[in-house]
Structure formats: structure tokens, C-alpha cells
Design a binder for this molecule. Structure first.
Ligand SMILES: CC(C)(COP(=O)(O)OP(=O)(O)OC[C@H]1O[C@@H](n2cnc3c(N)ncnc32)[C@H](O)[C@@H]1OP(=O)(O)O)[C@@H](O)C(=O)NCCC(=O)NCCS
Length: 313
């Protein structure tokens, strides 16, 4: 990489491609040099981002890209070649913990080092910001790349997907969250995730207040749930709380989103959340490996029923 880690830079990738030639029975070395430019991603690039997520059947909407830009305008990057966009990588900083997300390379441009160059760029950006821990949820395609950059696996999440059944009764004690609850919700979220995600939670509650629910018997918050729409399904999460709160919040979510398609990203070892997802008729769609670079993740998984999703844990 030439130049500093910020602003627009030129990246030259040298790819050694060894091919076995049948006539010689030996390895032939071909060195391809591809140039690309990495610059900040702006609102004008959102249609390209939406095209990439759609190309991969990911669930993001334009609003997800906008939220990412709102959260970290300096931490969203785009790779381009000959003036055409070819890939993205973004991050978000919550005090000393960072999340990397939306690492996507156009299908026609893969296997040429674009994803690695973008990742190297984001990691340098975050190192310069001085974060203690960089985290992400890896797809099986992304995991080998992250391992090369020193990320280690923390735990597996299972994405459950499906259409919820019609008839669920009201979950006693679960009610609408109000803005006055936000401080307590942020405290609970920090106790569970060990990350100060207030700016994210505030945006979610503001954008989808009808999906913000709480369980607070006698006025003490024991659990909360949020949700947001997607291009394929509602993403139900984060959902956090004690076993009693978690059960009631999941039942409440099943009632609120009855007959709608949903995603639920559940820690694979959370037996209660897995059992409820199965009881709702949802099916495992794919795994994500939550990974860390630097300080390891410290989530309290007993209270963690469903994540925000791969973008922010
Ligand atoms: C994951 C992704 C970003 C990689 O982008 P890319 O530009 O193809 O990655 P690179 O060319 O830099 O390859 C990085 C490494 O992975 C390897 N790799 C790339 N594609 C691979 C594949 N399909 N199978 C196995 N290895 C693969 C490369 O050989 C390379 O290894 P090397 O450094 O030892 O040569 C791209 O495949 C993608 O957009 N996938 C869909 C979205 C996704 O899953 N993103 C990750 C979210 S966690």
C-alpha cells in the first residue's frame, strides 16, 4: 500500500498464481498486477452498496447503509478500478471496541486481492484510532481472510430464518419501550456486550419505535428487544435479558411479527433461544463466526438471545 492509510490511496496487488502445466508437469509462475484506488464511501455510493448486498442475497436496505454512514462517516471505504466501484468495507467505533462490516467485493472482481486490500485498509484505520478490540461476524467466505489478519474465533451464531406462525398470545409484562427507557437499555446492553453502543441503540429506537419492547416488572428493566426491516426479512435483535425476560420477549416478538418473514441470529449455545426459534418453525440458514482481533470478546452469553446482526453484533 502506498501513501498514508487515510484519504484516497493507490493499492497495487501482486498476485502469484501458480498453475500446473500438463506438458511440463511443473509449476509456472504468473504475476498479475492490478491497480485499485481506495477512498471514502459517501452517500452517493449507497446505490452501489445496495447492489452488492443484493448480489449476495444479504438483508440490508438502503437505510442500513445510511445508518452505517451516520454512525461512522469517516470509517466507510470503497475500492474502485478505472473509476468503477468494485468493493466496500466499513467499520464503526464504540469507544475502544470497533466493528468491521459490509466487506463486499463485486462477484466479477473476486480472487484478485481486493477484499484483502480493503480489510488491510480498515484495520490500519482502526489501529490509528487506537481501539483495543476489533470485532466482526464472519461468513464462511470471509473467515479465512480474517484469520490471515489475526482474527480469532469467539463463538458461533446461527441465523434462523422463516415465516412466523399466526397465533401467539400476548406475553405478560412485555410492553412498548419509551425514550425514557433508553438509558436503562444502554446499561443492560453494555453489561451484556461489554460495549458502549448507545449511538447505535438510539438510532434504532428512533427509526423503529414500534419494534422497541421491554420487560420491566416493578419498573426494573430485565430485558429489551429491538428489530429492523430488511430486504428479505425483519431482523429481530438485539434481544437480551434474563431467562424469564428472554423467553417473554421472544414470544412477544413472535406475536408482533406474526406471519412475517424474520431472521434471528442466536448464539449457537444458547439452548433456550435455539429451542424457541425452532418452536416458532424457523430453520437454520447459515452460521456466523464472531471473531476478535486484539482484546477478545467478553459477551455475557447467558443474557444474549439474539444479536443486532452481523454488522454491529
Ligand atoms: C469475502 C470476499 C470479500 C473476499 O474478497 P476477494 O477480493 O475475493 O478476496 P481476496 O482476493 O483478497 O482473497 C483473500 C484470500 O482469500 C482467498 N479466497 C478468496 N476467495 C476464495 C474462495 N472462494 N475460496 C477459498 N479461498 C478464497 C484468496 O485466495 C486469498 O488468499 P491468499 O491471500 O492466501 O491469496 C468476497 O468473496 C465477497 O464479497 N464475498 C461475499 C460477501 C462476504 O461473505 N463477505 C465477508 C463478510 S464476513
Amino acid at each position: 500500500m502506498r501513501g498514508g492509510p487515510f484519504g484516497t490511496i493507490m493499492v497495487i496487488i501482486e498476485t502469484d498464481q501458480r498453475q500446473k502445466t500438463p506438458e511440463l508437469g511443473a509449476c509456472r509462475l504468473r504475476r498479475a498486477i492490478c491497480c485499485m484506488n481506495i477512498r471514502k464511501l459517501t452517500a452517493a455510493d449507497i446505490p452501489f452498496g445496495v447492489r452488492l448486498t443484493a448480489q449476495n442475497h444479504w438483508n440490508q436496505l438502503e437505510s442500513d447503509w445510511r445508518r452505517q454512514l451516520d454512525l461512522e462517516p469517516e470509517g466507510c471505504f470503497l475500492a474502485e478500478r478505472s473509476g468503477l466501484p468494485i468493493g466496500t468495507a466499513c467499520c464503526c467505533v464504540f469507544d475502544d471496541v470497533a466493528w468491521i462490516n459490509l466487506v463486499l467485493v463485486d462477484k466479477a472482481q473476486r480472487g484478485q486481492g481486493v477484499g484483502s486490500a480493503l480489510l488491510r485498509y480498515v484495520v490500519k484505520y482502526l489501529e490509528a484510532r487506537g481501539v483495543a478490540s476489533i470485532r466482526l461476524d464472519a461468513t464462511p467466505l470471509g473467515q479465512p481472510i480474517y484469520e490471515k489478519f489475526g482474527f480469532l474465533g469467539d463463538f458461533t451464531l446461527t441465523r434462523f430464518e422463516g415465516t412466523l406462525p399466526a397465533a401467539f398470545q400476548e406475553a405478560p409484562g412485555v410492553e412498548a419501550m419509551t425514550r425514557a427507557d433508553l438509558a436503562a437499555v444502554c446499561r443492560l446492553d453494555e453489561a451484556v456486550t461489554k460495549t458502549r453502543r448507545e449511538k447505535l441503540l438510539r438510532l434504532l429506537v428512533q427509526a423503529y419505535p414500534e419494534a422497541a419492547r421491554k420487560f420491566a416488572p416493578d419498573g426494573e428493566l430485565k430485558g429489551y428487544s429491538l428489530a429492523r426491516p430488511g430486504s428479505h426479512a425483519w431482523q429481530l435483535g438485539p434481544i437480551q435479558g434474563s431467562p424469564q425476560a428472554g423467553r417473554l420477549l421472544l414470544l412477544d416478538a413472535a406475536r408482533c411479527f406474526a406471519e412475517q418473514k424474520v431472521h434471528l441470529d442466536v448464539p449457537a449455545d444458547h439452548a433456550q433461544a435455539v429451542a424457541l426459534a425452532q418452536a416458532f418453525g424457523l430453520r437454520p440458514q447459515r452460521p456466523f463466526l464472531r471473531m476478535s482481533r486484539g482484546r477478545r470478546g467478553q459477551e455475557n452469553l447467558a443474557l444474549f438471545l439474539s444479536s443486532f446482526g452481523p454488522e454491529k453484533g
